[in-house]
Design a protein around this ligand. Structure first.
Ligand code: AMP
Length: 444
């Protein structure tokens, strides 16, 4: 199969040739004809499998072939992304695909001055890539109207519909014309999000090119058990031993990122960090320097977990495991992209056993553990497997609590020696789902 047989027009084929894309990836092969046919879409595909071109190419074609010229302060297509970096990256890809087309593209996001964005929108843009908060600001300040919108794309849709964005998305939905095409793209879809997405879309086509919730099999994954207080030391040890050249490291908190960067820099290691507290320009600069190999180690919170495309990144290290198991798939999806191989190493301490278990259950695999000599943990990480079982060591009996004067003693529950502790609940965030107006939709 070729891009030409999918029905793409010549200016797009020329751009793809320049980029060296020869054959469509599976998600592209399915999504491109469906989008060209005007269908609503719900597409699940692994990270790094070419989702962006899957929606951008047919979208660009439809905008070129159909519809009126864009009006002032308007957009004909809107691509929503969860993070500023992803918005920037998606826009860069869209602009590359559009290089021979008479279309305008632009990206807006927070953390930078709104005025130049307002100026740029005056003439209108065909494709606008945006993060939700800034989009709403621009709309409220009358810098953007959405009545000309033909297509809405939600990239990393599960995150977009997730807790942090539910209200903003509900607001955005109220601004959109009912008659439009809607495309949802994501690597992971939980069942409740699927249900909700099903209600938002008009007769959607569901595309699933790979088993749900699995990481790309081009990524070799393993776990190194270690005590929490020795993680930084172990990281430096592994880095030197493995002669790591370029590593993306994920830490749980902003403070955790800063502490690790300080420690590495203190040792003369070329490291930088990105997290939500840093100004956008600093975040982008750190990322750009990492991409161009000027920075060797980039430590990040989950702002960098999704969608970022770093060419030939060989290694991702989870300094801390993510609280939401699905983020593990996104994090390690930064490596092993576009058919390359990659490695993902997780430094896991006893406190994180439930997270490990949730990840193994979600990805339906038991992660290999490799003990590092001299770093064997004092606090053993209980055994886990893909079934969600956590096999704990026998617990000490709890001390009986004195009850409030009634004289009765609560002896507490304890697990007898040799007995297997009950399965711990897997860590699943409680997700608040946005309420959308799913009233009658006009027929297209
Ligand atoms: P994405 O999943 O959209 O972030 O894409 C991951 C990487 O694959 C990017 O570097 C794209 O440029 C590249 N890519 C996407 N589609 C193709 C294709 N058909 N052939 C070769 N590379 C591709």
């Amino acid at each position: 199969m070729t891009f030409a047989t999918l029905g793409l027009i010549e200016p797009l084929l020329r751009a793809l040739e320049t980029l060296g894309y020869q054959t469509p990836t599976p998600v592209q092969a399915q999504a491109i004809p469906a989008v060209l046919a005007g269908r609503d879409l719900m597409a699940a595909a692994q990270t790094g499998t070419g989702k962006t071109a899957g929606f951008a190419l047919p979208l660009l074609q439809l905008l070129t072939m159909e519809g009126p010229k864009v009006a002032a302060n308007s957009a004909r297509a809107l691509i929503l992304c969860p993070t500023r970096e992803l918005a920037e990256q998606v826009h860069a890809s869209v602009a590359e695909y559009a290089q021979h087309l008479p279309l305008t593209t632009y990206a807006v996001y927070g953390g930078v001055s709104i005025n130049p964005q307002m100026m740029k929108l005056r003439k209108g843009v065909d494709i606008l890539v945006a993060t939700p908060g800034r989009l709403i600001d621009l709309f409220r300040q009358n810098a953007l109207k959405l009545n000309q919108l033909q297509t809405l794309v939600l990239d990393e849709a599960d995150r977009m519909l997730d807790l942090g964005f539910s209200e903003e998305l509900a607001n955005i939905y109220r601004m959109l014309p009912k008659k439009r095409q809607t495309l949802l793209f994501s690597a992971t879809f939980s069942d409740d999000i699927r249900l909700l997405a099903g209600q938002m879309l008009n007769d959607p086509l569901s595309i699933e090119v790979s088993p749900r919730n699995v990481a790309a099999n081009t990524v070799k994954q393993w776990v190194v058990p270690v005590d929490k207080k020795r993680k930084a030391e172990l990281f430096v040890h592994l880095m030197r031993k493995g002669r790591w050249k370029q590593v993306l490291v994920f830490a749980k908190t902003r403070n955790g990122v800063d502490a690790l960067v300080d420690k590495l820099q203190g040792l003369g290691i070329n490291a930088d960090g990105i997290h939500g507290d840093k100004p956008q320009a600093t975040r982008q600069r750190a990322l750009d320097r990492f991409k161009s190999s000027e920075v060797q180690i980039l430590v990040a919170t989950d702002v960098a977990a999704r969608g970022l495309d770093i060419e030939d990144l060989p290694l991702v290290v989870n300094f801390d495991l993510p609280i939401v198991a699905e983020d593990y798939i996104h994090r390690i999806g930064r490596t092993g992209r576009a058919g390359n191989t990659g490695e993902a190493i997780s430094l896991v301490c006893a406190d994180e056993v439930n997270m490990l278990s949730a990840i193994e259950m979600l990805t339906r695999q038991t992660l290999t553990r490799k003990m590092e000599p001299d770093f064997e943990p004092e606090h053993r990480v209980p055994d886990t497997d893909a079934s969600g079982q956590v096999v704990k060591k026998p617990k000490k009996p709890k001390k009986p609590k004195a009850s409030g004067g009634g004289g009765k003693r609560n002896l507490g529950k304890w697990v007898d020696s040799g007995e297997v502790a009950p399965t711990e609940p897997s860590i699943k965030p409680v997700r608040k789902v946005p309420v959308f107006n799913t009233g009658p939709r006009k027929k297209k």
